[in-house]
Design a protein around this ligand. Sequence first.
Ligand code: NAD
Length: 300
Amino acid sequence: MNILVTGGAGFIGTNLIERLLEDGHKVVSIDNYSTGFETNEIEHENVTYHNVDLRDAIDFDFFMENPDLIYHLAALPRIQPSFEFPALTFEANVLGTINLLEWIRSKENKIPIVYAGSSSFHGGVYKNPYTFTKWQGEEVVQMYHKTYDIPMSICRFYNVYGPHQLTEGEYCTVIGIFEKQFREGKELTITGDGEQRRDFTHVFDIVDGFVKCGNSLVIPNAYNAKVDGEIFELGKGENHSINVIAQSFDSGYTYIPKRPGEVQETLCTDTKAHELLGWKPTIDVLDYIEGVRVLWTEKM
Ligand SMILES: NC(=O)c1ccc[n+]([C@@H]2O[C@H](COP(=O)([O-])OP(=O)(O)OC[C@H]3O[C@@H](n4cnc5c(N)ncnc54)[C@H](O)[C@@H]3O)[C@@H](O)[C@H]2O)c1
């Protein structure tokens, strides 16, 4: 298939493109490199990268005229920076999504789109600007689906970690921060009392669910599924406290103040993705950390 990926230079986008190339697809990435990196670009004859800002309403035909499928990942993706930049977060996450859908609407053959949603939805959509804008993105996709018959699915991701994750800066997530601190022999910094629990889901599992969803949307009955218009929850289905995660590095740790806008717990209890898509997450976060720990202990 010909596939358009937005946010292809980011963490999840890079893992997605690796998988799509392995599966034999032709891929075009559009990304404005605000939180993504040129160093993530994969050298392969079947992928091209373009520096494009989705906040600009442009004709995406220039990059890929008639994709069979779109994976929409581009967004400003974190809670904490969104407090400082709510308008910018809204523009990237909501206006960017509208611009993409307007382009699809202009076409005779409506291109199916799979939207990267966030599990933060379950903690309350007004808890922080990020969560609000990701939910508004979902609503916009729903509106274009219901009003203009654009085929779509939404996949809500739970606390993603793994290769290409950020390990520094304000867009960094907790496993990335802990890995960096561990490598540098520093104490791990736990926010609050560390009893908040997260459903950590490996990026390979996330990508597998996302791809199963996309395939099912394009190839009717690919997995005996009817996925058009559905929302899927992609989470491992078990959670751990941040204290347990830190302790599993077998390293020193310390506590720093709690951050605003964070929920106490994420946990995926919905199994629709298992039933309709045949998706089954396989990687355990504690096994992953053990691998990281052994690898870096040998190198030190
Ligand atoms: N990482 C997680 O734990 C997680 C959890 C839930 C949902 N998500 C969602 O998954 C998607 C990917 O997240 P990620 O962790 O890979 O983040 P990321 O920052 O690594 O990737 C996002 C990409 O979008 C690009 N981008 C941002 N604004 C853009 C714009 N205006 N135009 C074009 N490109 C733009 C960035 O440059 C970046 O490459 C996001 O939509 C995020 O909300 C991620």
